[in-house]
Write a protein that binds this ligand. Structure first.
Ligand SMILES: C[S@@+](CC[C@H](N)C(=O)[O-])C[C@H]1O[C@@H](n2cnc3c(N)ncnc32)[C@H](O)[C@@H]1O
Length: 343
């Protein structure tokens, strides 16, 4: 039995891109949005999504086998608890990430072999400086990416605000803060705090709209700029979530040194990142971190790091790590400007 189980399990892993495609099509057609309130018959699902009925019936069957839908009675389908999160209005929703994975990452990962052989990112292999420059050529891709990042960040904000006490700060600067998802969650949880999102100009509308939508517009601002050039000196604390993992050591150091220049000597720098362990295991979080690491290698050119690697990186940029707090699959690394010559 076990001698057969292993190749069968392997075959399932080999074919797992099919699951990505099934989930992507369901999200793109808005099937979970349609099923959120009530079960629907296949005829109605086909009509509402503009699909071929026989084909979508088979898709719905597959969605049942992976735990996203359930066949309730006859030909009616409903969402499972997990499937709910594929609807746009669900809290939290991962619909935007499903679309990003299906439309952008899926294509990019098909070239992983080229990256493994050359050590270069997809963008470098196509003659661009980095993936953010490449993405900037298409406003549609920027929108897809920003929405997906907001989904991903929304999955961890509750853990971050529960794990770390931001009430000790006056003003928090979220460097590379994207659409303001993390800053919004922190400001909502800590009502005396004010904050700023600092990111490329192309994130301005999404961040401003989001912060306004959640009622934080009086305590939050957006500043556009390039963190490789300078970081604005507006805060006593800086946070970077999923930013440093995008970059190699040299580029990360430039960002961190600019952060060092932007905070007071008694200021605080926080990194919210995944921490990988030295020894790989088959546990879900190990696999998730390892696949994210390859995603960074193929995409922006960064990497997932161990806590020791973050400590070293921060030390080189003039910071000293004073604490590391686990926050779900992420950790908050707290650092202070290192004292120079004992001062
Ligand atoms: C992986 S996303 C993380 C977004 C956000 N911190 C989050 O976790 O949801 C990286 C962010 O860095 C921003 N970024 C990339 N290059 C930048 C640059 N040169 N200057 C400022 N922001 C930049 C991107 O626009 C993007 O919002």
């Amino acid at each position: 039995m076990s001698s057969h189980a292993s190749p069968l399990q392997l075959l399932d892993l080999i074919q797992s891109h099919r699951i990505t495609a099934v989930i992507y099509v369901a999200a793109k057609l808005g099937i979970p949005d349609l099923l959120l309130d009530a079960p629907r018959m296949t005829e109605e699902i086909a009509r509402s999504t503009g699909s071929n009925q026989a084909a979508i019936t088979r898709l719905l069957y597959a969605l049942c086998t992976i735990g996203i839908c359930e066949r309730t009675n006859g030909a009616a389908y409903s969402l499972t608890a997990m499937g709910n999160s594929l609807a746009e209005s669900a809290q939290p929703s991962v619909k935007a990430w499903a679309i990003f994975e299906g439309e952008m990452l899926y294509k990019s990962w098909s070239g992983l072999l080229d990256t493994i052989k050359s050590g270069k990112t997809a963008a470098e292999l196509r003659g661009f400086v980095d993936s953010f420059e490449m993405m900037g050529r298409s406003p549609e891709n920027v929108h897809t990416f920003n929405a997906a990042m907001a989904d991903l960040t929304r999955l961890v904000t509750a853990d971050v605000v529960a794990a770390y006490d931001f009430s000790r700060f006056t003003h928090l600067l979220d460097v590379g803060g994207g659409s303001g998802e993390l800053l919004g969650a922190v400001l909502t949880r800590f009502p005396r705090l004010s904050g700023t999102v600092f990111d490329l100009d192309r994130c301005a509308d999404a961040a401003t709209n989001h912060l306004q939508h959640i009622g934080c517009e009086n305590r939050a601002t957006f500043i556009a700029g390039d963190f490789f050039e300078a970081v604005p000196a507006v805060a006593d604390a800086i946070i970077l979530k999923s930013v440093i993992h995008d970059w190699n050591s040299e580029r990360s150091q430039q960002i961190l040194e600019n952060c060092r220049r932007a905070i007071p000597v008694d200021g605080t720098l926080l990194l919210a990142e995944r921490l990988i362990s030295d020894v790989p295991a088959t546990a879900e979080d190990h696999r998730s971190h390892a696949l994210s690491d390859l995603n960074m290698m193929r995409g922006p050119g960064g990497l997932e790091r161990t806590s020791a690697q973050y400590e070293e990186l921060l030390k080189c940029a003039g910071f000293e790590v004073v604490g590391i707090v686990p926050a779900g699959r992420f950790s908050v690394i707290e650092a202070k400007p290192a004292l120079i010559n004992g001062t």
